[in-house]
Write a protein that binds this ligand. Structure first.
Ligand code: GTP
Ligand code: MG
Length: 197
């Protein structure tokens, strides 16, 4: 896929601000600090369109990136950040519910997990949540540069088992080394092609 045109159109706090022209949306979700914004930058070939956080867990908006006037990538707020208050945590749930309930245009969710760790209970819940809404999903194991090749293979096995996702639906990327993004973009192309059928 060729990225010709990218525009960050909205940093939304409520559904009134979601884009409304009916283009398909593909969302990225995962623990705070897992590398969502970095991945979006890597995929779009823009160094700084999505803000890479200095203060993890503080992104409380849904950021919509319009690509090629054809679809949106949405960067969802991260979860699992220990230092948040109860109130801030329930705010996260409300933002997510509002998005998932109202997004008929949401066609696919990429759930990101850090390749170095066995997915946590919150990651399992996230996958269950997406399944509950019947949205197709795949997993992206981030920060692959942090492991050797043999440990990467072991980690993918572990992620597959913990999240009950087949290995074909797990991508492995490094935003640092810029590896793996082609495969993810190919998947995006497939998702969009299915919409047009
Ligand atoms: P929140 O917006 O807080 O939820 O975080 P995020 O998931 O958007 O993560 P972000 O992209 O801001 O990255 C978090 C940190 O991980 C930053 O310090 C990045 O530089 C680092 N990081 C992201 N991707 C990679 C990667 O592929 N490899 C390595 N080594 N570091 C990465
Ligand atoms: Mg981010």
């Amino acid at each position: 896929m060729k990225i010709k045109n990218v525009e960050m159109v909205m940093s939304a706090v409520s559904k009134a601000q979601y884009p409304s022209e009916g283009l398909p949306q593909i969302a990225f979700v995962g623990r705070s600090n897992v590398g969502k914004s970095s991945l979006i930058n890597t995929l779009l070939g823009r160094r700084k369109i999505a803000r890479v956080s200095q203060t993890p867990g503080k992104t409380r908006t849904i950021n919509f990136y319009e690509v090629n006037k054809e679809f949106y990538f949405t960067d969802l707020p991260g979860y699992g950040y220990a230092k948040l208050s109860k109130q801030e945590k329930s705010g996260w749930g409300q933002i997510m519910d509002e998005y998932f309930i109202h997004s008929r245009d949401l066609k696919h969710v990429f759930v990101l997990v850090d390749i170095r760790h066995t997915p946590k209970p919150e990651d399992v819940s996230m996958v269950d949540y997406v399944r509950y809404y019947n949205i197709p999903l795949s997993i992206i194991a981030t920060k692959a540069d942090k492991l050797t090749r043999s440990n990467q293979m072991r980690a993918i096995q572990d992620i597959s088992k913990t999240l009950k996702v087949s290995k074909e639906d797990i991508f492995m990327i490094s935003s640092l080394k810029k590896t793996g993004q082609e495969e993810v973009l190919e998947e995006v192309e497939k998702i969009l092609a299915e919409q047009k059928e």
